[in-house]
Design a binder for this molecule. Structure first.
Ligand code: URA
Length: 201
């Protein structure tokens, strides 16, 4: 019997409901697993749930999430094109940055989640996601906007939408990054994509 991606993801989400791998599970309201298309070629990865996400149990549903949805739609991507999740699945109290031990505890579950979706493109939203996935020393201001090949994935780090709310000057570089993501995605679908990304391995 073939078990479909959605069933794998539902099972992983259920497993995480009882997760005790780090202390965040004790203080959260709801587990925030993921939203969007399980068949998507693009996965957006943020840092961790904020207040609204923790209350609603869905990623990027607060102010930063509304901005992210607008940018995604303005770039011409539709709901079948993407899936959204976070590095950590439970809200760090007071919206602090997740501690390295919390990130390490949650990363195996993110890897599993991404492996089930099998995207071609991973977009890392902000420094926490880029440091967790690419390199702990990654600098988002210098490193954003450049493709990195990591295994089967093309990875694009960009600024977090919450950073745009604090600093509107970041809107232009993020818009450039999203147009580049759309360009590559369209070429992949058309079979005309030529890979010039830096290789991590
Ligand atoms: N910020 C994130 O990084 N993730 C969310 O889900 C919401 C805000």
């Amino acid at each position: 019997m073939i078990i479909h991606r959605k069933q794998h993801l539902v099972a992983l989400e259920e497993q995480l409901q009882g997760c005790g791998e780090c202390p965040l599970g004790k203080t959260r309201n709801k587990l925030v697993f993921g939203r969007g298309s399980e068949e998507a070629d693009i996965v957006f990865i943020g840092e961790g749930p904020g207040e609204q996400e923790d209350l609603q149990g869905s990623p990027f549903v607060g102010r930063a999430g509304q901005l992210l949805d607008k940018i995604i739609a303005a770039a011409g991507l539709t709901e079948e094109d993407y899936y959204i999740c976070n590095i950590v699945k439970c809200r760090p109290p007071g919206n602090r940055v997740p501690a390295p031990a919390e990130v390490q505890a949650c990363l195996p579950f993110l890897r599993q989640q991404v492996a089930y979706v099998r995207p071609k493109i991973m977009v890392l939203l902000g420094a926490s996601a880029a440091k967790a996935i690419i390199d702990p020393n990654f600098g988002i201001t210098r490193g954003r906007g450049k493709w990195i090949q990591m295994g089967n994935f093309l990875v694009m780090p960009t600024f977090h939408p919450a950073a745009l709310l604090r600093d509107p000057q970041k809107k232009i570089p993020v818009w450039d990054d999203f147009q580049e993501i759309k360009r590559v995605y369209d070429e992949m679908k058309a079979g005309t994509y030529e890979n010039n990304a830096d290789n991590e391995e």
